[in-house]
Structures are given as C-alpha cells and as structure tokens.
Design a protein around this ligand. Structure first.
Ligand SMILES: Nc1ncnc2c1ncn2[C@@H]1O[C@H](COP(=O)(O)OP(=O)(O)OP(=O)(O)O)[C@@H](O)[C@H]1O
Ligand SMILES: [Mg+2]
Length: 222
C-alpha cells in the first residue's frame, strides 16, 4: 500500500503528516517505509536524528526522479509506504508518486490562500484519476485553530471534488517537538491532543485504503 503526501503549497504539513503517520503505523507493528522524495530531506533528517537518539523508526530512503520505477519495487517488502513529496505539484516526482500511489493525501492549511493553492493540486489528482481510477484522494485540514477563517475554509473544502478527512489536525507544538526529538508524536507525547488527532487520522486513512482495496478486488473478480 503506497500513500503519497502531496500538494503544491510549501509548508502545508506534508512532511509533518508523512513522518508522524509513518511513525504511528510503525509503532502499531506494521512494516513501514518512508520515501523522502523532497531534496530538502526533512524525513531523512528526522530519521538521522532518531538514529542519533537511539530511537527505532521506519526505514527511510531518499528517492529522486526515478520514483515511479523504484517505489513500487521497494514497497513490496513493506505493509505501508509513505511518500513525502516536494512542494511542486507538476514536478516529475509528484507525478511519479501519483502514478504509483493507492492514496494521495493533500494537507491544507486553514487560510483562503491555502485553499486557492489546493485547487491546482486537486486538478492534477483528478487528471491522474482519469487514467488511474484506483487512485484515491483525501484532503486533510491541517493547522486548524479556532478562528472564523479556519471554519470558513473547512466549509469551502467540503464542496471540493475530493473527500475531506473527518479527522482534522490542529495547530499544535507537540508535532514539531516530537520531530526535534526524532520521534513520532504518538510516541513522544501519547496523551496530547496532537497524538489523539494523529491516531484518528491514521485509522481513517487505513480504513479508507482497506475499503478501496476491497472494491478493487471485487472489480477484479467480477
Ligand atoms: N499541525 C501542525 N501544528 C503545528 N505546526 C505544524 C503543523 N503542521 C506543520 N507544522 C509546521 O509547519 C512548518 C511546515 O511544515 P512541513 O515541513 O511539514 O510542510 P511541508 O508541506 O512538508 O513543506 P515543504 O513544501 O517545504 O516540504 C513546519 O515548521 C512544521 O513544524
Ligand atoms: Mg516537506
């Protein structure tokens, strides 16, 4: 199962969600691979910090433009492969990720410009879905705070052509504190609101992909 965390907008939370989701699934006993497709190397750096601190973490590899050819092969040895994509939606790497993923997660920040940037990402996902109907998309509202703008954005996201995750992720310092410690938030601060939200999102994504695979198997068998 390959899950790409993608989207045009820099700083929307792609690496944050990729790392914490992968760490949570790994903590729950799954075999997890993180593919760092971003030259910034956020996920790879996190795994190096984890190594320095002696913390167990998912296997993390950097993959470049060969992503589309390399990742399906690598993913065979894992239950879950999480691809942390770079911020340019029409780059070869993002396209490569969309062409091999089962699910693409698009994090979206809580402001109107975030929703505007999301529109371009959605266009590309919908375009790829016309070639690969098995690709599922999911928008995740990230960095939510209690402002009116956040609520307005949540309402706007409900009208887009990709589903919006029921679980929303708040603006929470526990995410970056955990990253700095080379851990996932569900291990570093298991009772925090951030960990609760992340566990909810991890469950929701797994249920969605499992349901998609059942549907795919039924189509295949028919
Ligand atoms: N839910 C959150 N709560 C608090 N801070 C967050 C949250 N999500 C992301 N951040 C912070 O926002 C910044 C950008 O996040 P991140 O690096 O995950 O984004 P990105 O989409 O991977 O960016 P890029 O496009 O540059 O790769 C980081 O400082 C991160 O700690
Ligand atoms: Mg990133």
């Amino acid at each position: 199962m390959i899950i790409a965390i993608a989207g045009q907008k820099g700083g929307s939370g792609k690496s944050t969600l990729a790392i914490h989701l992968a760490a949570e699934w790994s903590h729950a006993g799954h075999r997890v691979l993180i593919v760092d497709a971003d030259p910034q190397g956020t996920s790879l750096t996190w795994s190096e910090v984890a190594d320095e601190n002696g913390t167990a973490h998912p296997t993390t590899v950097a993959v470049g433009e060969s992503l589309r050819a390399t990742v399906p092969e690598l993913a065979r040895a894992y239950d879950l492969t999480v691809v942390d994509c770079p911020g340019r939606m029409r780059s070869k790497r993002q396209l490569g990720a969309l062409l091999c993923a089962d699910l693409v997660v698009l994090p979206c920040g809580p402001s109107t410009p975030d929703v505007w940037a999301l529109a371009e990402s959605i266009d590309l996902v919908v375009e790829v879905q016309s070639l690969r109907p098995q690709l599922e998309g999911l928008i995740v509202l990230n960095r939510l705070s209690r402002t009116g703008e956040s609520r307005a954005v949540a309402d706007a996201l409900g009208t887009l052509p990709l589903p919006l995750a029921r679980q929303r992720i708040g603006q929470r310092v526990a995410f970056s504190e955990a990253l700095a410690a080379g851990r996932g938030v569900t291990v570093n601060a298991p009772r925090s609101a951030a960990a609760r939200e992340l566990r909810g999102l991890a469950r929701e994504i797994r249920a969605r992909v499992a349901a998609g695979q059942d549907t795919g198997a039924m189509i295949h068998a028919a």
